[in-house]
Design a protein around this ligand. Sequence first.
Ligand code: FES
Length: 110
Amino acid sequence: MMEEPYYRLHAFCCTNVRPEQHPRGSCARKNAVALRDYLKKSAKEKGIDGVRINASGCLDRCELGPVMVVYPEGIWYRYENESDVDEILEQHIEGGKVVERLKLEVEDGP
Ligand code: FES
């Protein structure tokens, strides 16, 4: 029998930074650090149990950034502002419903 996981959900938000002129860009140059901090703070304020919001290094989808990936589902999102973060938090992280509007498909690329 499978044990209950320590966290029911993990969100990994890329906060990698590259030099300004790097051809692939980087999530931190597109406000990822502030948005990840906002997501973490909002999740804490809502008192959502069993979830962990982590900063991550490069997830290798830099051109699409800022990106995050949510497990256990393995759903990827591109998010641009606090309103996008609110939607991901309320609908998916809290409610378990994928935000189709912000979801990245496997085949999405640069
Ligand atoms: S810099 Fe964010 S995915 Fe590479």
